[in-house]
Design a protein around this ligand. Structure first.
Ligand SMILES: *[C@@H]1O[C@H](CO)[C@@H](O)[C@H](O)[C@H]1NC(C)=O
Ligand SMILES: *[C@@H]1O[C@H](CO)[C@@H](O)[C@H](O)[C@H]1NC(C)=O
Ligand SMILES: *[C@@H]1O[C@H](CO)[C@@H](O)[C@H](O)[C@H]1NC(C)=O
Length: 281
């Protein structure tokens, strides 16, 4: 009985000391960010449209209107609230906001999510990089990784929220930093090692034997390194093909698609209105 009480207190304590931020892009050093060359996007990003879409994103999530590229630390804090145990009030909401954002920018999405777009407005390269990395990570979590995230979320969430993962993340990052210090040509190789290092957290406990969770973590980390096509060599695929753990639940796909299409249907109208408002300004 007493032991049970202690266990409950311990679990409660762990939940209250939840790690913040829970999920974020890889914290590359300023030096590494400077070493990732920028590439121009073919199109122009119209400032008025971009501002309107960022406002819409913030409003949809009910987060502060100050959430944007000026302070990506703040932005990560704001988005962190949506990494919850409950998908419906958490990741799904975040993903819907993301889809709206992409739809809102339409053909300018790639040009707006390009570091040069910010740098031309005198935003620091590091903030520009992090802003782009946040959206690239969300893009993966919500599209490429969504089936995995949805199906295995209770387990994945418990791993991300565990002190063990936090410790591993600190250790893996420390190795990454020491491998790349003054050695920019090592960024991609060290990035691959970082993927492998963090992925290991998804081979134990509830994730044991479910290889797609491991893949999810690797791909999520990879998004931070592939900005502007920088590390095309980082690979996460080898563990997936032929993996017994990679199962797509047809019911889940169908349910997910239904949510997506319902959302797009209702969004089409809102987006047309938003575009008209932008054009009037
Ligand atoms: C935002 O606030 C509105 C109005 O209070 C509410 O209906 C909506 O569910 C909230 N959305 C989120 C994501 O919290
Ligand atoms: C950015 O946001 C963080 C976290 O909220 C805050 O601590 C910091 O002071 C902000 N930086 C600036 C320059 O406003
Ligand atoms: C990428 O892989 C190719 C072929 O294996 C290799 O020649 C090249 O050096 C690698 N590049 C990096 C940046 O690791």
């Amino acid at each position: 009985m007493f032991l049970k009480f202690i266990l409950v207190v311990l679990l409660f304590d762990t939940a209250c000391n939840a790690i913040h931020p829970l999920i974020q892009p890889v914290a590359l050093t300023e030096e590494d960010i400077q070493n990732i060359p920028m590439k121009a996007a073919g199109m122009v990003c119209e400032d008025v449209l971009f501002l309107a879409c960022q406002n819409q994103f913030n409003q949809y999530l009910n987060i502060s209107a100050n959430t944007d590229w000026h302070n990506t630390t703040y932005m990560i804090e704001q988005l962190d609230q949506f990494y919850k145990q409950d998908l419906n009030s958490g990741l799904f909401v975040l993903c819907q906001a993301r889809s709206r954002f992409e739809r809102c920018l339409g053909g300018q999405y790639a040009a707006c999510l390009n570091r040069l777009n910010f740098v031309r407005h005198n935003i620091a390269n590091s903030e520009a990089y992090r802003f782009v990395a946040i959206f690239k990570m969300l893009e993966f979590e919500c599209n490429g990784g969504n089936i995995q995230a949805t199906k295995n979320w209770p387990c994945m969430y418990s791993i991300y929220a565990s002190p063990t993962y936090q410790k591993a993340a600190n250790d893996c990052m420390a190795s990454y930093y020491s491998a790349t210090q003054n050695q920019p040509d090592r960024i991609c190789a060290a990035g691959q090692t970082l993927c492998k290092c963090l992925e290991l957290q998804f081979t134990i406990g509830c994730a044991r034997g479910i290889l797609d969770m491991r893949w999810f973590e690797c791909e999520r980390i990879r998004t931070s390194f592939e900005i502007d096509g920088f590390c095309p060599n980082i690979s996460c695929s080898t563990m997936v093909f032929g993996s017994a753990g990679f199962v797509i639940d047809p019911e889940m796909v169908e349910a997910h698609n239904r949510i997506k299409w319902d959302f797009y249907d209702s969004f089409a109208n809102t987006n047309r209105r938003a575009k008209r408002q932008v054009n009037m300004e």
